[in-house]
Design a binder for this molecule. Structure first.
Ligand code: NAD
Length: 370
């Protein structure tokens, strides 16, 4: 039985027995993949397969330590269980990480051997794109396994998930605006986007078209240049983004950026972005947002567009119209969560997790019936 206990990064950083951690977090299976010849060091985590095969992307990142990679995959895979459930998908939650620098260490052999490891899970885990990966990488993985999604359109797949993720994030941001400002128009709103990668850039496109005043930052100069040359945005320093005079802070890079330090600096009224695990501690920082009058749009709810897009591929051919319509439901779901959160004075992340868990328990029971 899954539980909606919230998690803190710091708890995961403690050296505790791995099986105790898995028991606390509710994981079903962890696979360590090692291939010294290609340099592959990967961890695949299946958190839950109650609603269906565990779907979640593979992240390639230059982790400082193996423990950091393990913490990341455990948290991310658990997040996928809640994300897939609240998105209305018949899929469980899983995730994989490859410990490597995506700009230097990627090779056909490394990707294909990773594909072999995915294949050996016989469909219990379905892989896809995440940070540091591309559609082309999925193509290499597909040479070894059919349990890969997010394939390019020219192979009949759903293509890159980022545009639909950005659309869903935009829907969630609009719903939060409706709740806070009484209108979902983002025209004239000052919005700071941290990370202008695959998703962040498309979000910039939506927001500049709507007439928002957009600020951007990134750790890579080439990304900043590419976006600043294309859209009317203001570039800000990656360290001072939290201190800006802004209405909406939109984390679109990595997780845990909503923490003790940044909450003392953030002057926004809404936090809504696509990054996974934005709250360093789901309980403490979710509650802190509430206390400080910041409306937090739960990350796993508003960034579900990409996985919704990918999910259509699991049942056969890609259906973009369905994916777009399902992604639009993020608007109503976000409003529902925020209505409960604000009327009952409860952490929005916890309210959204409860909603996801309710579906897992209700639908899981039906699936378990003969
Ligand atoms: P990406 O790698 O294309 O973009 C991330 C960008 O953030 C990069 O340009 C990177 O340089 C930048 N960045 C990293 N650390 C930073 C920092 N400290 N300050 C500023 N910029 C920084 O990844 P993406 O696909 O756009 O995904 C972004 C986030 O959204 C990730 O957390 C990812 O897990 C999450 N997400 C992505 C999808 C998707 O469809 N791609 C779906 C759901 C969630």
């Amino acid at each position: 039985m899954l539980e909606s206990t919230t998690l803190a990064v710091k708890e995961q950083e403690k050296t505790v027995a791995l099986f105790d951690t898995l028991a606390q977090m509710g994981h079903e299976q962890i696979v360590f993949c090692n291939d010294p010849q290609s340099g592959l060091k990967a961890i695949i985590a299946v958190h839950s397969s109650i609603l269906g095969p565990a779907l979640g992307g593979v992240r390639m990142w230059n982790y400082a330590t193996e423990q950091e990679a393990l913490n990341d995959v455990l948290r991310l895979s658990r997040g996928m269980t809640f994300k897939n459930a609240i998105a209305g998908l018949n899929l469980g939650g899983g995730k994989a990480v490859i410990i490597s620098n995506p700009r230097k260490d990627k090779s056909e052999a490394l990707l294909r051997i990773y594909g072999k490891f995915v294949k050996n899970l016989n469909g219990k885990y379905l892989t896809a794109e995440d940070v540091g990966m591309t559609e082309k990488d999925m193509e290499y993985i597909s040479m070894e396994t059919k349990y890969v999604t997010g394939l390019p359109h020219y192979l009949g797949g759903s293509g890159a998930p980022a545009p639909m993720t950005a659309y869903g994030t935009y829907m969630g941001m609009k719903a939060a605006a409706k709740k806070v400002y009484g209108s979902d128009s983002l025209a004239g709103k000052r919005i700071a986007i941290q990370g202008v990668g695959h998703v962040g850039e498309v979000l910039v496109d939506y927001l500049t078209k709507e007439g928002s005043k957009v600020f951007i930052t990134d750790i890579y100069e080439d990304r900043i240049k590419a976006v600043a040359n294309k859209y009317k945005v203001e570039v800000v320093d990656k360290e001072t983004i939290y201190d800006l005079d802004m209405d909406i802070y939109s984390p679109c890079a990595l997780g845990a950026t909503v923490n003790d330090d940044t909450l003392d600096r953030l002057k926004c009224t809404i936090i809504a972005g696509c990054a996974n695990n934005q709250l360093k501690d789901e309980k403490i920082h979710g509650q802190e947002c509430l206390k400080r009058g910041i409306v937090y749009a739960p990350d796993f709810l508003i960034n579900a567009g990409g996985v919704i897009n990918i999910a259509t591929e699991v049942n056969g051919s890609y259906n973009q119209a369905w994916a777009k319509a399902q992604t639009e439901t993020i608007y109503e779901k976000t409003l529902e969560v925020l209505n409960v959160s604000l009327s009952q004075g409860r952490n929005a992340q916890e309210v959204a997790m409860e909603m996801a868990l309710r579906r897992i328990n209700e639908i899981g029971r039906i699936k378990a019936m003969y």
